[in-house]
Design a protein around this ligand. Structure first.
Ligand code: SAM
Length: 258
């Protein structure tokens, strides 16, 4: 078993909810069509409901699970008027304790988990036509707006990217590689590209939504970090506007036909 990493996103939840780009309507529609209107979906690692909230309109119910209480609080607030989401504190080691579900989706969260164990347990829990869906940047990585300026600031503050124990960076195995050797080896990948525009607050807010520069990790250096980021970003781009192309992958994994 790979140990889970604790307290990853301290203080990041409000920034995540406001500044981390969603996955786009087309990608959510793709999930909705795959799952079907009558289905019950587990959103594992739901964060502030980035997938759960738009998906809930299209399915019978969503069980949105996350270990981070701050993320759940953001989600509950954003979805105050969405009746068919059940928010639960929990994580990928507790799959057997959740109410039954027909399909599971993981948005930018699978890399935090013991992937093989999760897939083996899902094989026991999902019905025969149950789908494992991943949604996120996929193997295309996620270079960010203002990246070179932000990289210099992160280096100045000695804030390096955190590597999840079981991620591609740590193991050399992409999610697709892990799925291909799992019970859910029938894979279908679709890419959606969007051009997004960011202002200065959005670039900095995006940075604070990441685990490795989450406000709790910066501690009393938060204000200095934000000031340094402002200066570096404006020096590199005085217009204060960034255009960035984001690629979202929807990866649908089914059990291979017998
Ligand atoms: C980058 S956020 C993704 C939020 C949202 N699903 C999205 O698509 O943007 C990753 C989330 O995974 C959660 N997480 C981390 N380890 C987890 C685990 N072992 N099981 C379930 N969720 C986990 C974190 O608390 C965090 O909220």
């Amino acid at each position: 078993m790979v140990p889970l990493m604790k307290d990853l996103f301290g203080g990041a939840a409000p920034y995540y909810a406001r500044y981390r780009p969603d996955h786009g309507d087309q990608a959510i529609d793709h999930l909705a069509t795959t799952f079907g209107r009558g289905s019950s979906v587990l959103d594992l690692g739901c964060g502030p409901g980035t997938v759960a909230i738009p998906l809930a309109r299209h399915v019978r119910e969503v069980t949105a699970v996350d270990p981070d209480e701050e993320m759940l609080a953001e989600g509950r607030q954003l979805a105050a008027n969405v009746p068919n989401i059940r928010w639960l504190r929990g994580d990928s080691t507790m799959l057997r304790t959740f109410p039954p579900f027909d399909h599971v989706v993981m948005g930018r969260s699978f890399h935090w988990m013991d992937r093989r164990t999760v897939l083996a347990e899902l094989d026991e829990l999902l019905p025969p036509d149950g789908v494992v869906a991943l949604i996120g940047p996929g193997r295309h990585g996620a270079e960010e707006p203002g990246e070179s300026a932000m990289q210099r600031v992160r280096e100045e503050f000695a804030m390096g990217p955190m590597t999840a124990t079981n991620s591609f960076q740590a193991t050399g195995e992409h999610h697709q590689d892990v799925l291909a050797t799992s019970p859910f080896s029938d894979l279908d990948s679709t890419l959606y590209e969007r051009r997004l525009t960011y202002d200065l607050d959005a670039v900095i807010g995006l940075q604070l939504s990441y685990s490795y520069t989450a406000p709790a990790r910066l501690g009393d250096r938060l204000e200095a970090f934000v000031q340094a980021a402002r200066s570096a970003l404006l020096a590199s781009n005085p217009s204060g506007r960034w255009e960035h192309v984001t690629v979202t992958e929807v990866l649908i994994a089914r059990r291979a036909p017998a």
